[in-house]
Ligand binder design. Structure first.
Ligand code: KIV
Length: 276
């Protein structure tokens, strides 16, 4: 059954919501068969797909390219596309134009936008334009330079109060869900209790309404960073290394391709003899 933004919102208080990142057709298609509620085309693609040191260089064009591939691969999950750095920071008109492109060209069904009360006008304008918005608070990777690194957020009273106020502002502006990244579990639980919209945690403890992970992290494929909040649900990186090594060895020792991998032709000998 198709998950919509309003269905996602209504699930609060019922079942736990599941979201995973996805960046391409094949993986989206696999996830489509596994009952994942939402696929996030995250700007984390800058790091795990494009090899940048952070998410800051990712463009709207990058997001459209990957989101369209994901949308072609998955029909049941809600497709949420990140607004990359500087696509929502230049005012309402620019934000609307960029989000419109993610929906029209990338076939996104919702956008995710980092930021709190300061971004309420942008969220309101997107919702008015019928573009569902997922908020994102706590560790917002697009602000890595302002935050001074990838650190847990909301640890002091003042920071916790600001996060709660921002969460209320994002909800009041019309967001249908809110990602909480790297915040203390107790604070995430409090925000979750206060809000009517679902919270989706990543490094925010078990009391959020749902969880999200970067798929390369949960399958042990990306070893450049190893956040504490990641659980490995598979050793796919190890399996891939073994397969690539096995392929190279089989080509080199002549065992691949074998007879069963080859095409034959009729009258093979005759044809070959007639070739000049
Ligand atoms: O870009 C991303 O993958 C994200 C998730 C980590 C929430 O924003």
């Amino acid at each position: 059954m198709k998950t919509t933004a309003s269905g996602f919102r209504q699930a609060k208080g019922g079942r736990k919501l599941t979201m995973l990142t996805a960046y391409d057709y094949t993986v989206a298609h696999l996830m489509d068969q596994c009952g994942i509620d939402a696929l996030l085309v995250g700007d984390s693609l800058g790091m795990v797909m494009l090899g940048y040191p952070d998410t800051l260089a990712v463009t709207v064009e990058d997001m459209i390219h990957h989101c369209a591939a994901v949308a072609r691969g998955a029909s049941s999950p809600l497709i949420v596309c990140d607004m990359p750095f500087m696509s929502s920071q230049r005012g309402v008109d620019d934000t609307l134009r960029n989000a419109g492109r993610l929906v029209k060209e990338g076939r996104a069904q919702a956008v995710k936008l980092e930021g709190g009360a300061d971004f309420a006008p942008e969220i309101r304008a997107l919702v008015r334009a019928s573009i569902p918005v997922m908020g994102h608070l706590g560790l917002t990777p697009q602000s890595v330079n302002a935050l001074g690194g990838y650190k847990v957020q909301g640890k002091s009273l003042a920071a916790a109060q600001k996060l709660l106020d921002d969460a209320r502002a994002v909800q009041d502006a019309g967001a249908f869900a809110l990602v909480l990244e790297c915040v203390p579990a107790a604070l995430a639980a409090r925000v979750t209790k206060e809000l009517e919209i679902p919270t989706i945690g990543i490094g925010a403890g078990p009391d959020c309404d749902g969880q999200v992970l970067v798929w390369q992290d949960m399958l042990g494929m990306f070893d450049r960073v190893a956040p504490k909040f990641v659980r490995r649900f598979g050793a796919v990186g190890d399996a891939m290394r073994a397969a690539f090594t096995g392929y190279a060895a089989a080509v080199r020792d002549g065992s691949f391709p074998a007879a069963e991998h080859c095409y034959s032709m009729e009258d093979e000998q005759q044809v070959l003899e007639k070739l000049y």
